[in-house]
Ligand binder design. Structure first.
Ligand code: NAP
Length: 297
């Protein structure tokens, strides 16, 4: 069985930063990623709050980091982790690997509305990524659902592409930054629909309209961008970590899980602020602590 010093699960900013630190310490590093490198940040149209970088796209940031880590010698395998045991054996859909330390940096996935036809209409009018799919809606009518930075950024991005953008949020206060709200208010093609949620998704072959819960208004739209936050998928790790009621990994110090040699980093852990800056901070800390503890054994 292939054995590594550190196996990192997840190739988002937290996992890649852990790999960066571990590689620079000359360790044998394997990164396991189920989808593609970059995590959620790869879909950010622009990042303006990363210290030292005035503005960069999420794609460029993620790609730079990925290439940096590859250059340093990290091995990346695109495999889905199925189980990790207390001996730091990691089982995937393609094989089994042993490691002296494991860092779980699996981030979180897009939260679903969980209403009828949502799954059916994905790719047929429903998207969770404005930067990926926005261009399909040139001069069309779209709606964005959510009140965080993602929804606000998506609405701004789409306002430059679509003819009309409805911004639907369940409260009258936004969770995202005021700067984005002010920019959106200046846009003539953006309509705010506050204190509203989506009651139903309507259409036969694809999404044709949505009905709002309070006003009962039916909006004829071509596309709906759902940006209502993320949620973790950590059930497979429940044998080696404690999860909170939302499924995030508990850690008494932001690094250690309840199993020695298994660490956590990034959005997937219980934490106050889930941002790029805190993800890379977690990544560097978990790798540094893991390396220190490896050297002590
Ligand atoms: P978020 O901040 O958790 O916001 C999720 C939004 O969706 C909230 O407004 C929430 O409403 C709403 N919501 C949640 N569940 C809902 C449901 N079932 N139905 C309707 N609405 C629902 O998520 P996010 O916007 O994806 O951002 C995640 C993190 O990434 C945040 O820390 C954010 O600041 C960061 N981020 C940063 C940038 C940037 O700095 N450039 C860009 C994107 C994201 P309530 O407000 O009522 O709870």
């Amino acid at each position: 069985m292939l054995t590594y010093d550190i196996i990192i699960i997840g190739a988002g900013p937290a996992g890649l930063t852990s790999a960066l630190y571990a590689c620079r310490a000359n360790k044998k590093v394997l990164i396991l990623e189920a989808k593609s490198y970059g995590g959620q940040i790869i879909n950010a149209s622009k990042i303006e709050n990363y210290p030292g970088i005035e503005e960069i796209t999420g794609f460029d940031f993620a790609t730079n980091l990925y290439q940096q880590v590859k250059k340093l010698g990290a091995e990346i395998r695109y495999e889905t982790v199925l189980r990790v045991d207390e001996n730091k054996k990691v089982m995937t859909n393609k094989g089994e690997y042993l490691s002296h330390a494991v860092i779980i940096a699996t981030g979180a996935e897009n939260r679903k509305l969980r209403i009828a036809k949502e799954e059916e209409f994905i790719g047929k009018g429903i998207s969770y990524c404005a930067t990926c799919d926005g261009n399909f809606y040139k001069n069309k009518i779209v709606a964005v659902n959510g009140g965080g930075n993602t929804a606000l950024e998506d609405a701004l991005y789409l306002s430059n592409i679509a003819s009309t953008v409805y911004l639907i949020h369940r409260r009258d206060q936004f969770r995202g930054e005021a700067k984005y709200v002010e920019e959106l208010k200046k846009k003539e093609n953006v309509e705010f629909l506050l204190n509203e949620t989506i009651a139903s998704l309507n259409g036969q072959e694809r999404l044709e309209s949505i009905t709002l819960t309070n006003s009962k208004r039916e909006l004829i739209i071509d596309g709906l961008f759902i940006a209502i936050g993320q949620e973790p998928k950590n059930e497979i790790f429940a044998n080696v970590v404690d999860l909170d009621s939302h499924g995030y990994i508990e850690s008494f110090d932001g690094i250690h899980t309840k199993t020695p040699g298994i660490y956590v980093a990034g959005d997937t852990r219980v934490k106050e602020l889930r941002q790029l800056t805190t993800a890379v901070g977690d990544g560097s800390m978990s790798a540094t602590v893991a390396l220190k503890e490896l050297s002590e054994h």
